[in-house]
Write a protein that binds this ligand. Structure first.
Ligand SMILES: [Zn+2]
Length: 478
């Protein structure tokens, strides 16, 4: 048996206003029902007006996913009755979506086909209190979403996770979604089935689901996606191995028990009775609009990874870390332009700069690229050693001061004057007669101790290798 997985992802678009009204879409943390108006509250007679920016963002995503964009797409009403949906229907797209037939390349080289990308509005939120009361907050109702549906091309829980991570990376590179899964800005439902090892020869696209397709919801992190699918893969295998049969159903991932559980009947026999929304004209996207958006796309993570491997010859690991976020990737390239040693820049960024960035909990690196490049130059020219460089980097990161200024102010320049170093070495030898005697009796390992003493006296400003050489020279002269 092989595992067949397809994902349906919902991504909230980072527009200022909602999809069909001028309410602020930045609702997170706002008092309940403060971002509402007659349109998103579904008052009779209120008419929706399409947010052009949302269409533009959806187009960006669709084009970044290499989709075809039909000239015309249609908004439809998806009817269902639930308290988080004030109109009694959700405005979505059904048989004429914004975009079709795209793909996403994973870092492993696997290509996952995208069936469709469409625009729709989000529903409100229900809050179930401990007293058994349910409260309704409609701040989220009408916030623009795109739904991205993959073909069932994913063949393992791990691959599903990689797909989701890459999709998030793309959306964040485009600047159209925050990608925050805990806040629910990025959500994922999965379909999973077990099919015979060989695909049927006459299969239509749908027949890839030869096993019983089971939908899983409520996965709020990358880890949850992988774990829920692993659990489900295992569960289905066991049922089939026992000779049992699976029923097509929707199951919820329970984070606490780490199991999937059958969902209550609600969506079992759903009939949404989709029909075109008479309040909205068809959405027309002409060639000029499509081309304009296409031209505005940044270099995407997959392209960047290929180019970097070729241009900078960096290891795969370095490339993965440094291309994860667009500002970090762009920072790396700015530094390399000024100091052309990509591996050196990569090492310093991964070991020091990203560590400092993590401590500040921001995404913008306050250290100027030219300052970072300057510190690396000083190390390579021998003006400062690596220990001092870390100190200078941190200081420049925190204060914005130029590295040269810091080195001068603190007197951190490496002791490059031979006679000054010789003087310190002689002083250290005079103060440690036992170590000298040990060395003379053949315990050469004691050299490291003496080297450490010199580094201590100089506050780390002596060059370690030259110190060692000079110690050996002086000890042999004694
Ligand atoms: Zn509104």
């Amino acid at each position: 048996m092989r595992t067949v997985i397809g994902l349906e992802v919902h991504a909230q678009l980072l527009t200022q206003t909602k999809l069909f009204c001028s309410c602020s879409a930045d609702y997170f943390g706002a008092p309940p029902n403060t971002h509402t108006c007659p349109v998103c509250l579904g008052m009779p007679g209120a008419l929706p007006v399409l947010n052009e920016r949302a269409v533009e963002y959806a187009l960006k995503a669709a084009l970044a996913l290499h989709c075809e964009i039909p000239r015309r797409s249609l908004f439809a009403r998806k009817n269902y009755f639930y308290p988080d949906l004030p109109k009694g229907y959700q405005i979505s797209q059904y048989d004429e979506p914004l975009a079709v037939r795209g793909y996403l390349d994973l870092p492993t080289g696997k290509r996952v086909r995208i069936r469709r990308v469409h625009l729709e509005e989000d529903a409100g939120k229900l809050l179930h209190t401990e007293d058994g009361v349910t409260l309704v907050d409609l701040n989220r109702a009408g916030v623009p979403l795109i739904e991205i549906v993959s073909e069932p091309d994913l063949s393992s829980p791990k691959e599903a996770r990689l797909y989701m991570e890459e999709l998030r990376r793309v959306l964040r590179y485009l600047g159209i979604c925050s990608g925050d899964m805990e806040e629910g800005s990025l959500r994922c439902d999965a379909n999973i089935s077990l099919a015979p090892a060989e695909p049927a020869k006459t299969s239509r696209p749908d027949e890839v689901w030869l096993g019983t397709k089971i939908e899983i919801k409520n996965m709020n992190s990358f880890r949850a996606i992988e774990e829920a699918l692993k659990f489900e893969e295992h569960r289905q295998r066991e049922v089939l191995a026992r000779g049992g049969t699976l029923i097509q159903e929707t199951r919820l991932w329970n984070e606490k028990t780490e199991q999937t559980e059958p969902m209550r009947g609600k969506e079992e026999s759903e009939d949404y009775r989709y029909f075109p929304d008479p309040d909205l004209v068809p959405l027309e996207i002409d060639d000029a609009w499509r081309e304009r958006v296409k031209k505005s796309l940044p270099e995407l993570p997959a392209q960047k990874r290929v180019r970097w491997a070729h241009e900078y010859k960096l290891p795969e690991y370095d490339i993965a870390v440094l291309t994860e976020e667009r500002p970090i990737a762009e920072y790396f390239e700015s530094v390399v332009k000024l100091y052309n040693n990509p591996k050196d820049v990569s090492n310093w960024m991964m070991s020091e700069v990203l560590k400092l960035l993590k401590e500040t909990q921001t995404t913008e690196i306050p250290l100027k690229p030219e300052h970072c490049a300057r510190v690396l130059q000083m190390v390579s020219s021998g003006q400062i050693n690596r220990t001092v460089a870390k100190e200078v980097l941190e200081e420049s990161f925190k204060t914005g001061k130029a590295p040269d200024e810091i080195v001068q102010e603190k007197g951190l320049s490496q002791i490059s004057d031979e006679s000054a170093l010789a003087e310190i070495v002689m002083k250290v030898l005079a103060e440690n007669p036992k170590a000298v005697a040990d060395f003379k009796s053949g315990k050469e390992a004691v050299i490291s101790f003496l080297q450490g003493q010199v580094m201590k006296v100089t506050g780390g400003k002596a060059d370690p290798k030259r110190t060692r050489d000079m110690l050996l020279r002086k000890l042999r002269e004694l």
